[in-house]
Design a protein around this ligand. Sequence first.
Ligand code: ATP
Length: 457
Amino acid sequence: VQNRLDAVINLAKRRGFVFQAGEIYGGSRSAWDYGPLGVALKENIKRQWWKTFVQGRDDMVGLDSSIILPSAVWQASGHVATFTDPLVECLQCHKRHRQDHLEEAFEAKKGRAAASMEEITCPDCGTTGKWTEPQMFSGLMKTYLGPVDNEAGQHYLRPETAQGIFVNFSNVLTVSRKKPPFGIGQVGKAFRNEITPGNFIFRTREFEQMEIEFFTAPDDAPEWFDRWVEACWSWFVDLGVDPANMRRFEVPEDERAHYSAGTIDVEYRFGFQGSEWGELMGIANRTDFDLSSHSKASGKDLVYFDQATGERYTPFVIEPSFGLTRSLMAFLVDAYAEEEVPNAKGGTDTRTVLRLDPRLAPVKVAVLPLSRNEQLSPLAREIAGRLRSLWAIDFDDAGAIGRRYRRQDEVGTPFCVTIDFDSLEDGAVTVRERDSMAQTRVKVDELEAHLAQGLIG
Ligand code: ATP
């Protein structure tokens, strides 16, 4: 499976889905840049998420809050005090690691928990059991605003988008005329000073999240929690992720965030070395911790008064928290396939194909004139031009047609439209479907309608 993951990473780099940040200066593992196909895929994931969870629901509204927030927010949220992780340093090679990550990796490999750090081997130099005592380390990223770098100007970059939602709870409640149960969704960047970023875009210091904070009456929280677990699971499956590659992990009480009354992680089989599985997203019952804390710290009353029942309560929060960049990685890994297909010489070739759901595919249709030709090219360009107002279109007239099909298959383009010499006579083109490779002759006049059937959403 590691080879498969390597193949996906290789494809992602080779075809410009993902580049290393600052690559010409040697690169950084902290962050990655998304190339032409990567940004299109990421936008499509975001759009589907927004359509399903915000636009598509009567009980949800959207928000886009700022990345930099005053320290007071992070003090009230508990991040300044508790967003810390135990760090250990290898006495041999002096590389630092998060103790909990080392322990998780040990358990994934050996099938049991380590009795102590004595048993744990340094992943960098292979030395076993030589560790410093753990030290707590803050994962918050700091920045200084204003002319002087001092305490007063110190702000934090958000480590999650959630707090921006909580501090706007009352604003949104007033303007949206919603009442619990209702939720607020937001997509955006988050920053964490991760000690060991790695596994490609799985763990980075700069990443993107898609989060929902769903506010309910306290008694209704458990039921909404279950509903949200189902809704999140179904979103991935509906967009084509094989449920056999997903599992739910109920986080035990001692591993949960301090505010959580229940957390379920949805894990995906990424195929890492050691442990194949990694957290894709999590759903937590955050109780009334956030709104109560911000009420207390800000002095602004965030209690909800239900006029219909006369009840007063601080809403409980169910939080489905998705990693956008992690989801992108899961969609790529899940869509990746290599298969044997017949070739023109009566033998077989191996083709790489990304079976991305058409809604996610970065390019929807490739327009391919059979050859570069005075008559074919203008017609093909005209067709491409028309389709471009509807979908993301690629135009490619260089090289053998078989090779051009392969280039489109490996980036997941659902349809190729080929214009050949017959097209000049019969006003029809060949539409090739990615997965079945079936070819259909379609009249140019009917092309849009034909493609639209396969490109819904
Ligand atoms: P982990 O245990 O992997 O560090 P976490 O439990 O701290 O993750 P949450 O705080 O629950 O993660 O964050 C919600 C989601 O945000 C995660 O499920 C993941 O998809 C995404 N996420 C968190 N940290 C990172 C990161 N460093 N890089 C990329 N995505 C991340």
